[in-house]
Ligand binder design. Structure first.
Ligand SMILES: Nc1ncnc2c1ncn2[C@@H]1O[C@H](COP(=O)(O)OP(=O)(O)OP(=O)(O)O)[C@@H](O)[C@H]1O
Length: 484
């Protein structure tokens, strides 16, 4: 293995010397620089495996070095040394792309941990990692090739190279946990545990003990010492799912653990250092929760160093077919049955549906449809999609159903239970409506639309179109829509 070289950037000779000794004892080679200019020269000349920089330098700041490396040498991790208590500077450095930070006075064991983990990004261990670029790695586990997913995958690759806390937001079922896991799997922490925890599922009175562990006898029922989630995730990643559901009392304790990088078990006297990367997620808006006083701003600020959005499935319609095929294959394999196919109409309906429950909903729909279908082919009615409403703009808070065909009817007309059959499908004169003279293409489209809106219930579709059932049946045959 080639010798690992670390560049130490600090204007104080004493600190440079202390760091050099520490690194040399770890078997590492060192380079030093006393200001930004010298640092850039050293980087260009030697391309070190890691940089360690003070924030305040005579001719600039550590952030200048972080930015330079991000731009010119993104493969070189850089950690910053911040003044005691200056969290703002640490957060700024992480946002700029720093790998991690240590605060002064430098805690040497923590620094050693940091260096060891950071060097895995550039060291021999790299060759043990699956050979692929970060984004192609994510290709296998996170399906989707839409532009939104391509961007997401390449961002995951970058975030995996940092220790910064990431706050993942997105609608329920959109894949937040999958994304968090992927960040872990591509990170130097990949061999240590990934511990997902649903913060909303832990009873409030057990929360502290679940997170930090407890000592035997510290409360009734504590019959043995117990490790908490932080210890279980040591050297790995703790994924705080539904973090908005944490009670305020727990938020204070969590903030402390994150800031101190140490925890105190319930009933314990000593702090135990923990090396854990924190990822968090919620389908709620944390900003709203902060504004409503339900979530501490300081914790929000600490978790939300980097914000990553997982787009809802309706914003990446190109991925629906790919995901559907993947899930159908999985279902067929699990049940040891022949391949399950989607009929054309079923496919069309899936592409037109807005999936308020996102990828999880797609999987559930296909699971159910696979049990209902005959001859291993899923028909539109097997999907049992909820009634599709008229076109409304999807909102980020409450997803609405959207359809690509802009043939909308006022709500009372699309109500399949309406007792008064309408005479045409649309009251908006600028859009087509059915009359006995409507041309064939428009008529065919309108019929498909009405059938979809009523989940292929012909009686209701006829009502919706203002036709008799027999008229509709005739047209279904005429336009060869009758594959059901
Ligand atoms: N892009 C994807 N490729 C393959 N499977 C996916 C993808 N996105 C989500 N899934 C699958 O969909 C299901 C839901 O994903 P996940 O649990 O990550 O969503 P979530 O956003 O964390 O949900 P919640 O908000 O309910 O916690 C999982 O089974 C996951 O494996």
């Amino acid at each position: 293995m080639t010798e690992q070289r670390v560049l130490i950037i600090d204007d104080e000779p004493d600190i440079r010397e202390l760091l050099e000794i520490t690194l040399l004892r770890m078997g590492l080679d060192t380079l030093t620089a006393g200001n930004v200019e010298e640092a850039l020269t050293q980087i260009k000349a030697h391309e070190p495996n890691l940089c360690l920089t003070d924030m305040r330098l005579p001719d600039g700041s550590g952030i200048d070095i972080v930015r330079f490396l991000q731009k010119e040498y993104p493969q070189i991790p850089v950690a910053v040394i911040t003044a005691y208590g200056s969290m703002d500077a640490a957060v700024e450095a992480l946002k700029a792309g720093a790998y991690d930070f240590v605060s002064k006075p430098v805690d040497l064991p923590k620094l050693r941990d940091l260096i060891q983990t950071a060097l895995k990004l550039t060291s021999g261990e790299k060759s043990q990692r699956p050979k692929a670029t970060d984004s192609t790695l994510a290709q296998g586990r996170i399906l989707g090739s839409s532009p939104a997913m391509q961007t997401l995958k390449s961002t995951i690759g970058k975030l995996a190279r940092s220790q910064a806390p990431v706050y993942i937001h997105g609608e329920s079922g959109s894949g937040k946990e999958l994304v968090a896991h992927e960040i872990h799997l591509q990170s130097p922490r990949q061999k240590a545990p990934f511990i997902p925890v649903n913060c909303g599922a832990i009873p409030e009175n057990l929360m502290e003990s679940e997170f930090f562990g407890h000592k035997k006898g510290s409360f009734t029922g504590a019959v043995t010492d117990k490790q908490g989630l932080f210890q279980a995730a040591h050297k790995g990643t703790l994924f705080l799912d539904e973090v908005a559901d944490l009670p305020l009392t727990m938020q204070v304790k969590l903030l402390r653990a994150i800031q101190e990088r140490a925890i105190k078990p319930v009933g314990g006297l000593e702090e135990i250092p923990v090396d854990v990367r924190i990822l968090s997620a919620t389908h709620k808006s944390l900003e709203h929760e902060v504004a409503a006083g339900n979530f501490r701003q300081d914790l929000y600020y600490r978790l939300n160093v980097i914000k990553l959005k997982v787009p809802p499935l309706r914003e990446r319609q190109d991925d629906i077919e790919l995901l559907a095929e993947f899930f159908l294959k999985k279902i067929a394999e699990r049940w040891q049955m022949p391949a399950i196919k989607l009929s054309l109409q079923a496919r069309h309906m899936l592409l037109s549906y807005s999936f308020p429950g996102n990828v999880r909903e797609l999987e559930n729909i296909l699971e159910r449809a696979s049990t209902l279908c005959e001859d291993n082919t899923i028909q539109a009615e097997d999907l049992q999609l909820p009634q599709m409403h008229s076109t409304q703009q999807p909102s980020s808070v409450q997803p609405q159903l959207v359809r690509p065909v802009q043939l909308s009817a006022p709500p009372e007309l699309i109500n399949p239970y309406s007792s008064q059959p309408p005479h045409h499908i649309n009251t908006n004169s600028t859009e087509p409506s059915w009359t006995p003279h409507t041309d064939e293409v428009a008529e065919r489209n309108m019929i498909i639309e009405a059938l979809e809106q009523t989940r292929w219930n012909r009686t209701k579709a006829a009502e919706l179109l203002g036709m008799s059932f027999r008229q509709l049946r005739y047209r279904i045959q005429k336009y060869e829509l009758d594959t059901h």
